[in-house]
Design a protein around this ligand. Structure first.
Ligand code: SF4
Ligand code: SF4
Length: 321
């Protein structure tokens, strides 16, 4: 791979509204995607269920800011113990940096909330509208009652998920009993009986979730996330990266089934690696800041290699060395 290729960063437009040029990801299965989906939904379940856990008669993890008591299972911290939190944050940050040096962007691909929620929101689109080709066609189609209905349904489900996310997030501070158990009647309609700070927090977290996972999506990773930006300084020749085997794949080109012409490399130019990429990039252009190393392109290309009878690993986890 030439140096100019490895430096190519295909950020063609700076527009944080990813819906204007939606990346319609083709969902793929495979070894890495199975690990990834298991990891992502494990963390999602953990986030949603932890506030419901009880320990010693109270919420097991509860950052009770109004009373300035912070409960983590059996331990109680007061505001003056905050240096523990600072120490914990430092340890977490340095652990993340160390993992990045060896394993690359595993956090981005397998555990980052932005990746998890974007994956979830894209699944909703797939469920309501259909697979990748149907979604592309749907976007291009003129406005019609079906289009309005399906789009509204997607937005409604996104909104409900955003409210659930916000309520869960705030319940770590306000307590689940207060968030989900305080109701008053407005006429015949039950309405949450929350103080202003909870309403404001709910609004901020609902808006942030909806905007990040529904609108900004991959633009969040490419344009905004500071971790995505500065981790390139943590990469060295031995860091694990997802990479296309340029020597083996080029010159790329389509061919008849069952043939392997001498003048062509192993890449059959099926573009499957691009279609499955959640950030819409082409890994064959080299290592890029937009690559969250989810390995979807690895699984997609392996599937193609199996079909055409070539060895797996044209795109694979490897190191620069
Ligand atoms: S999936 Fe593999 S064979 Fe297909 S275009 Fe990508 S690198 Fe080439
Ligand atoms: S290039 Fe491959 S590993 Fe990188 S984000 Fe796209 S699909 Fe994931």
């Amino acid at each position: 791979m030439s140096e100019s290729q490895s430096n190519k960063i295909p950020i063609k437009q700076i527009d944080l509204d990813a819906t204007k040029q939606r990346v319609h990801t083709r969902f793929v299965t495979g070894f890495y995607q199975n690990i990834r989906v298991a990891s992502m939904y494990f963390f999602l379940a953990l986030f949603l269920l932890l506030p419901w856990l009880r320990y010693d008669g109270r919420q097991a993890i509860w950052f009770d800011v109004p009373s300035q008591h912070y409960y983590i299972f059996g331990m109680t911290f007061l505001t003056q113990d905050f240096y523990f939190i600072a120490a914990f944050a430092l340890i977490a940050a340095f652990t993340l940096f160390m993992v990045t040096v060896f394993a690359g962007r595993v956090w981005c691909g397998y555990a980052c909330p932005q990746t998890i929620w974007t994956h979830l929101y894209q699944h909703i689109e797939k469920w309501v509208i259909g697979d990748r080709n149907k979604r592309i066609k749907f976007d291009k189609a003129p406005m019609s009652p079906t289009k309005v209905f399906k789009r509204s349904l997607v937005y409604l489900i996104w909104f409900i998920l955003s409210v659930i996310t916000a309520a869960t997030f705030v319940s770590y501070v306000a307590g689940t009993e207060y968030i989900f158990g305080s109701w008053q009647m407005l006429g015949f309609i039950p309405f949450p009986d929350w103080p202003t700070w909870i309403w404001v927090s709910m609004f901020i977290f609902t808006f942030a979730t909806y905007a990040n996972a529904g609108y900004m999506r991959e633009q969040m990773c490419i344009q905004i996330c500071p971790y995505g930006r500065f981790q390139s300084v943590m990469f060295d020749k031995d860091t694990l990266i997802v990479s296309y085997d340029y020597e083996r794949g080029e010159p790329r080109g389509p061919r008849k089934k069952g043939t392997n012409p001498d003048h062509l490399g192993d890449c059959i130019e099926c573009t499957m690696c691009v279609q499955v990429c959640p950030t819409g990039i082409d890994i064959r252009d080299g290592l890029q800041v937009a690559c969250i190393q989810c390995a979807a392109c690895v699984d997609a290309c392996n599937e193609i290699m199996d079909k055409v009878g070539y060895p797996r690993g044209l795109i694979r986890y490897t190191t620069e060395r």
